[in-house]
Design a protein around this ligand. Structure first.
Ligand SMILES: Cc1ncc(COP(=O)(O)O)c(C=O)c1O
Length: 392
């Protein structure tokens, strides 16, 4: 297998065998401060004239290894780790868009990102123009002279909408606008946005990269100048840096990312097809189904698979809640991307603060189920879904 294969990369990325006695697992540096041998060295390192470590919020050898790892996996120039996906997103947005400027973002996407964008508009005067991101030309039509950033989430949470990364990157480049793509659902195993011209890629590493529902972390990868700006402002000033212990857990999770994603892809593909053929299910959202609105774009930019996330609508809130109550194996929980199958009923959980009308406008059906398909035996997950559908 070639060294460039993602299966090989996930095992070796971020590890420098000439360091740390050749340790194959990066050591956890439990250090927040580093002593200097003399005043000259202190001045050089502290003022970042010479590379080195001096303070925990600014850098650490373990978190640096994770920065390097995500850069390699995303085929990007540089990487930067954060304490959560939201710390990474907020740093990326706020280091590229100022008060009085604007960004364009999907009208349907991760609910906390949407809340964050509304918050910085009302509190800090950074406007977001929300568009239907399944149509790339919507970005071109929405951009204004003060637009600095195009935010993309593909596939999106929870409706698995697909945005044409190449088309949006081209529109942005022609206008000098920076592109930021949330690649949490696809992971670098299935999609590398930098290969389509995207400038910055963000991950909630809490999900597939960590992969075991046991940590909270965020990652940014992309153009070296933008990552440096995020490090100087986002990391240093906002202070949302990752802890070395958590960075080590993410590095460990990533070593099996390719194996896990292969299984997530296969299980989800089979279950999406099963659900699409079931009369009790009103609608299935999965980019690997030919019936998906942007299937052709998904095929173009996602490979070898379409990820482990499926959403489907059971029609009413009552049916949605009855279904999740009927599951015995799959966990009813709010997150996703772990080895275990996890479901949530959007109308009563992530989107409960919206009115039914607002949910309808956002495309969130009252019976919408978001299904994070785990790596368990396919037959066991299938059986659990079927027995829960049976009681409807
Ligand atoms: C697509 C997406 N982006 C970002 C985030 C935020 O990540 P975190 O919860 O690690 O802050 C989430 C969390 O669910 C997500 O689903």
């Amino acid at each position: 297998m070639s060294k460039n294969s993602i299966f090989t990369k996930v095992v070796h990325a971020g590890i420098d065998r000439s360091e740390d006695h050749g340790a194959l697992s990066v050591p956890i540096y439990n250090a927040s401060v580093y002593a200097f041998p003399d005043a000259d060295e202190a001045a050089a390192i502290h003022n970042e004239i010479k590379p080195g470590f001096y303070y925990g919020r600014v850098g650490n050898p373990t978190t640096d290894a994770l920065d390097q790892c995500i850069a390699e996996l995303e085929n990007a120039e540089a990487g930067l780790s954060f304490a959560s996906g939201m710390a990474a997103i907020s740093a990326a947005v706020l280091t590229n868009v100022k008060a009085g400027e604007s960004l364009v973002a999907p009208v349907s996407g991760y609910s906390t990102t949407q809340t964050f964008l509304k918050f910085i508009e009302s509190e800090f005067g950074i406007e977001t123009i929300f568009v239907d991101a399944s149509d790339a030309t919507a970005y071109a039509n929405a951009a204004k002279s003060n637009t600095r950033l195009f935010l993309i989430e593909s596939p999106s949470n929870p409706l698995l909408q697909i945005t044409d990364l190449k088309a949006v990157a081209e529109i942005a480049k022609a206008r000098g606008i920076i592109t930021l793509a949330d690649n949490t659902f696809a992971t670098p195993f299935n999609q590398r946005p930098s290969e389509f011209g995207i400038d910055l890629i963000v991950h909630s590493a809490t999900k597939y990269l960590g992969g075991h529902s046991d940590l909270t972390a965020g990652l940014l990868a992309g153009r070296a100048d933008l990552i440096e700006r995020a490090r100087q402002k986002g990391g240093k000033l906002f202070g949302g840096n990752i802890a070395p212990q958590v960075a080590w857990l993410v590095l460990r999770g990533i070593k099996t990312l390719a194996l896990r994603m292969e299984r997530h892809n296969a299980n989800a593909y089979a279950l999406a097809n099963m659900l699409a053929a079931d009369d009790k299910v009103e609608r299935v959202y999965y980019p690997g189904l030919a019936m998906h609105q942007n299937y052709a774009v998904a095929v173009q930019q996602m490979s070898p698979g379409f990820g482990g996330m499926i959403s489907f609508d059971l029609g009413t809130s009552e049916r949605g809640q009855k279904f999740v109550n009927g599951l015995k194996l799959c966990a009813l929980a709010t997150s996703l991307g772990g080895v275990e199958s996890i479901v949530q009923h959007s109308a009563s959980m992530t989107h409960a603060t919206l009115s039914p009308e607002e949910r309808r406008a956002a495309g969130i059906g009252e019976g919408l189920i978001r299904f994070s398909v785990g790596v368990e035996d396919l037959e066991d997950i299938r059986h659990d879904i079927l027995q829960a559908l049976d009681v409807l």
